[in-house]
Design a protein around this ligand. Structure first.
Ligand code: HEM
Length: 481
């Protein structure tokens, strides 16, 4: 009876409401089993806007992508930072940025995100190209004959090491490589528990995760970081800002750097894996993308042998439209980051075609991009991988329609609006560089053809991981030049 009394009732103007039967959890179990299936079934029942009660929160889902822009542009009444600040501080173990004792820290941190775009991105991109080749060199040296490895492991070790060196530099005295691979192993263990931390499972219940997190944080203590050479400007700027706050302990500063490391590789590694996996699985796609890259090398007079080194500028990367499309297509299939906003005051959200919906303070509003990414009206045969889906007449295709309307937001792996990922341009460049180098230098084949699936435990959080690793083999390509 108590449960019945506590259940919320729908008020006039509010979206249809599903409370679920279980106190506190509501429909959390059904949601977590398969979020996309759950949301589509709710949509079939209630229409494009509905509210569900999930683990203590009322969440209003807006399913129609032609309405997304109305949510995205309400940066003030529908805010995200308070929620993400709380979640990040709990997950990475640092004090909230918004606390009064750290005036403007959050603003300062956000301002420096622009160091990952425009001109500074050229520098980051050049540095990543050098580091990737440095890391690949070792792999190439072993690949004069066919060599078999697990593909996820392969992508993880290369992308972790090269991204780390590009952002954080390295200790010139200690064996930098050993330190990074030690860190990667710990990182992988922490990352496996990341989804539980986000949903507020106490870290004490997660085995050794607390110790591993502390060890990872300790890698970034100021005395250690001061020794690393060739740090990227964005990391140096973060360090300088953190140094200005006496109220932050060294441990807190280190935890901030660790959080940034997670943001910079946590999604990029699985995204790189899927981009490579789909290409190797679709030889015609691989051949077309490789052709485009080979053509660029030819037109810039570069030789393909690994010992010469490859230089591809950021502008040249931008011109590789087939490669970009192949990456977008894999992001369409593997990204599942829910865009969440917290309603700051009771208000009427005005939508297109004179529709509106009443929202209550404290509730969440959510966009779930996989519903858009798998919508057959927007993307024909949505389950199929079509590497050139995002190309039209030799240029990037940006025209996708729903209900006859051109969509402003048709691919959303990086979030949206004021909280969109600040590293998105760097991320796509890194993946392009990784693929360009591996396609230029290696022949690759899958060994195990059984298709792999996605591990849904990260639904809502970012790029999904594969549910199994997959064996592939690679060998240096033979060149006539
Ligand atoms: C935030 C996705 C790579 C740095 C985010 C968000 C998403 C995302 C979904 C949250 C946005 C929101 O909730 O609306 C991705 C994906 C990546 C990627 C899919 C790779 C494929 C990177 C890289 C960097 C980076 C390479 C840095 C080098 C960040 C940071 C934030 C963030 C710092 C937090 C922004 C804030 O404080 O509001 N990312 N990201 N990300 N990302 Fe990325």
């Amino acid at each position: 009876v108590l449960v019945f009394v506590l259940k919320r009732r729908r008020k006039k103007g509010e979206p249809p409401l599903e409370n679920g039967l279980i106190p506190f959890l509501g429909l959390a179990y059904q949601f977590s089993k398969d979020p996309l299936k759950f949301l589509i079934s709710q949509q079939a029942k209630h229409g494009d806007i509905f509210t569900v009660y999930l683990a203590g929160r009322y969440i209003t889902f807006i399913m129609d992508p032609t309405q997304f822009q109305y949510v995205i542009r309400h940066g003030k009444k529908l805010d995200f930072h308070e929620f993400s600040n709380e979640m990040a501080s709990r997950t990475f173990n640092y004090p909230r940025l918004s606390e009064a004792k750290f005036p403007q820290l959050s603003d300062h941190m956000h301002k420096i995100y622009k160091i990952m775009q425009g001109k500074p991105l050229d520098k980051l991109t050049d540095s990543m190209m050098i580091n990737l080749q440095h890391v690949f060199k070792w792999k190439f040296s072993q690949a004069t004959d066919w060599k078999t490895e697990k593909m996820y492991q392969f992508c993880c070790s290369i992308m972790f090491e090269a991204s780390f060196m590009t952002l954080y530099g390295r200790d010139p005295v200690a064996d930098g490589r050993k330190v990074i691979s030690e860190m990667r192993e710990k990182f992988t263990k922490f990352d496996a528990k990341f989804p539980y931390l986000v949903i507020n499972i106490p870290i004490a219940l997660l085995g050794d995760t607390k110790n591993i997190r502390e060890e990872l944080i300790h890698f970034f203590m100021p005395t250690k970081m001061d020794k690393w050479h060739d740090q990227a400007e964005v990391i140096r700027a973060r360090k300088d800002i953190l140094e200005q706050y006496d109220m932050l302990r060294d441990h807190d500063k280190a935890a901030h750097h660790f959080a940034f490391l997670w943001a910079s590789v946590g999604n990029t590694i699985p995204a790189t894996f899927w981009a490579l996996y789909y290409l190797v699985r679709h030889p015609e796609a691989l051949a077309a993308v490789r052709d485009e890259i080979d053509h660029l090398l030819q037109s810039t007079g570069q030789k393909k042998r690994p010992e010469y080194g490859i230089h591809i500028t950021r502008e040249q990367l931008d011109s590789l439209v087939l490669l970009g499309s192949a990456i977008n297509e894999s992001l369409r299939l593997c990204s599942a980051s829910m865009n969440i906003r917290v309603v700051q005051e009771d208000f009427l959200l005005e939508l297109e075609d004179d529709q509106s919906v009443s929202l209550r303070k404290g509730d969440f509003v959510a966009l779930y991009p996989p519903a858009l990414h798998k919508d057959p009206e927007v993307f024909e045969d949505p389950e199929e991988y079509k590497y050139d889906r995002f190309v039209e007449e030799g240029k990037e295709k940006t025209t996708f329609y729903k209900k006859g309307k051109k969509l402003k937001n048709f691919l959303m792996p990086f979030g949206s609006g004021s909280t969109i990922c600040p590293g998105r341009f760097f991320a796509v460049n890194e993946i392009k560089q990784f693929l360009a180098l591996i396609l230029i230098h290696m022949d690759m084949e899958l060994i195990d053809f059984k298709p792999i699936g996605q591990d849904n435990s990260r639904s809502g959080l970012g790029i999904l991981l594969p549910n199994a690793d997959v064996a592939f083999r690679f060998k240096l390509r033979e060149f006539s030049d």
